[in-house]
Write a protein that binds this ligand. Structure first.
Ligand code: ADP
Ligand code: BMX
Ligand code: ZN
Length: 291
């Protein structure tokens, strides 16, 4: 069996995968210290109980994946950790062959495999989570780019006068729409520490400030989808991540998308693989790479 690992800015998950089913799934928090040694320990604790039944490992990880290393576009998402030798660390822990892919690229592949529209050739997957990640399927193929950067649409800018992003640019989609951005703006408005989950709870209780913060995020994602449509003629957009999957979020993205000219609107869907899109997508990608 294969072990799939999902490394996100907030949580780590791992599972054995058999026929696209998760077996013995495990979870941990992503270390916030920014120390490579802490991430190594967390990964070791996470996968050790799974190793005896596994013959290989595939990883869906936040960050640019290139030549076996994880390099952050936005190091803030990993407690400041900027560069990490992910492949060799996992090979040393496990003694197994290891394949790596960006988390949103992996989820994009997983979701593309689920699409009912079999004639769809161009799809975007967007995760609204700790950051905002994206994976692109173009002409039926996953786009990773020369250096793994392809699809990092969370770092396309929407407002040059907007908030500074951890990547160094201003007004990135991620700085306006991510779970982190939702938490930061709400914490400023409410003058108390709130995370995105708490903001959604307030939104569902009808609080106007919470609604405004969530709408800033949803509107940024709708703008991004219009841009991707103009650039790549995307036919379907699939939304995932804990914010993207939160109750009521997709409706708000849809609301803002409908305010755009029809040419810039896309068929909008929720991730069918839900929170498991990264894990299952990585496993499906590893399978087809092997074939
Ligand atoms: P990761 O980025 O590690 O892949 P998630 O997809 O869970 O993890 O995204 C983490 C972000 O989602 C955080 O900002 C967190 O506050 C937010 N979040 C987690 N659960 C919920 C929820 N039920 N509703 C809305 N936001 C959530
Ligand atoms: C960031 C970037 C992307 C990632 C996206 C979503 C880093 C460390 N990550 O834009 O590579 O796909 O976040 O990641 O720079 P998640 O952790 O929110 O799922
Ligand atoms: Zn950015």
């Amino acid at each position: 069996m294969i072990i799939a690992i999902d490394i996100g800015g907030t949580k780590l998950s791992a599972s054995l995968i058999s026929d696209s089913n998760l077996i013995d799934g495990r979870r941990a928090s992503t270390p916030k210290s920014g120390a490579a040694s802490d991430l190594i320990v967390a990964l070791e604790q996470l996968i050790t109980p799974l190793l005896s039944k596994a013959t290989s490992i595939v990883v869906a990880s936040t960050g640019i994946i290139n030549q076996g290393r994880l390099t952050a576009v936005n190091p803030d998402n990993l407690g400041g950790l900027n560069d990490f030798p992910l492949q060799s660390v996992l090979e040393n822990i496990s003694g197994l062959p290891v394949k790596l892919l960006n988390d949103a690229q992996a989820a994009a592949w997983g979701e593309y495999c689920q699409l009912a529209e079999k004639n769809c050739r161009n799809m975007a997957f967007i995760t609204v989570s700790t950051g905002v990640g994206a994976g692109l399927i173009i002409n039926g193929e996953l786009l990773t780019g020369m250096s793994g950067l392809a699809g990092h649409a969370g770092h396309m800018t929407l407002d040059v006068n907007g908030p500074t992003c951890g990547c160094g640019r201003s007004g990135c989609v991620e700085a306006l729409a991510s779970g982190t951005a939702i938490g930061q703006l709400a914490s400023d408005l409410y003058k108390t520490d709130l995370d995105a989950k708490a903001v959604f709870e307030r939104y569902h209780q009808g609080e106007q400030d919470a609604r405004m913060v969530i709408d800033r995020s949803a509107q940024a994602i709708a703008e991004l989808l219009g841009n991707l449509r103009a650039l790549l003629d995307i036919e379907v957009a699939v939304i995932g991540g804990s914010v993207g999957l939160a109750e009521g979020y997709l409706e708000r993205v849809h609301h803002f998308m409908e305010q755009q000219p029809p040419l810039f609107q896309v068929d909008l869907q929720l991730a069918q693989l839900g929170h498991e899109a990264g894990l299952k997508g990585a496993a499906l990608w590893a399978e087809q790479e092997q074939a």
